[in-house]
Design a protein around this ligand. Structure first.
Ligand SMILES: [Zn+2]
Length: 205
């Protein structure tokens, strides 16, 4: 059975792993992994993007405010679909539409209000700061990752699996990776090609 625990995390970056919490997107979304706010927390803990004391505080918040937690989850899912639209356009070699660019910028500016940089003697690190419980916190590292990818990544490395619609970063040397996973979508495509070739051959006899 497909569960959050065994969900593959092979998007190559936090934002793509987040967008890939729908399995699969093509021809139509099949499985929604983020059914509850708790699912979002489990996913964040698995990726290490939210942990420790904050995770405990967010669980307590959700237990005490179930309706609010559900509204936050719906907003997080809306953000995820926006991110899919944005990076799917990029993967197709297009400039994203104005509406999605606007939505992305609006979410980034809200997220950056809560992001701090902590400086040490030799390096600096990303910090979400504050001890207050902010239920939208699981989305902040995702938006930061989306910002990093959009500003630093070579767009030719941003890809979408043509069979299932998963997003991934192509880190192969030659940049020719086509499938999310050769054993899943790649092999399925190969066996279909074989089937069609055989059928066609039979029809032309
Ligand atoms: Zn795939």
């Amino acid at each position: 059975m497909r569960t959050l625990e065994n969900l593959q995390m092979d998007g190559g970056c936090l934002v793509f792993d987040f967008v890939n919490t729908v399995n699969t997107r093509r021809p139509a979304p099949e499985i929604e992994y983020l059914q509850t706010f708790e699912d979002l927390l489990v996913w964040s803990a698995k990726l290490g993007s939210v942990g420790g004391e904050k995770l405990r505080a967010l669980r307590e918040y959700a237990a005490q405010n179930p309706d609010d937690a559900l509204a936050v989850l719906q907003d997080v899912i809306e953000a995820r679909e926006m991110l899919y639209e944005l990076f799917s356009s990029i993967a197709a070699g297009n400039v994203p539409g104005n509406a999605v660019i606007h939505a992305f910028n609006r979410r980034l500016s809200l997220a950056f209000q809560r992001i701090h940089i902590k400086f040490g003697p030799a390096s600096a690190e990303f910090d979400l700061g504050g001890d207050d419980v902010f239920p939208g916190e699981p989305l902040l590292p995702v938006l930061k990752s989306a910002f990093d990818i959009a500003t630093n990544q070579d767009f030719r490395r941003i890809k979408e699996c043509p069979r299932c619609g998963w997003l991934f970063l192509d880190s192969t040397k030659n940049g020719k990776r086509k499938w999310c996973d050769m054993n899943v979508c790649g092999s399925r495509e190969k066996s279909l090609e074989y089937y069609y070739r055989k059928t066609k051959a039979r029809h032309t006899l």
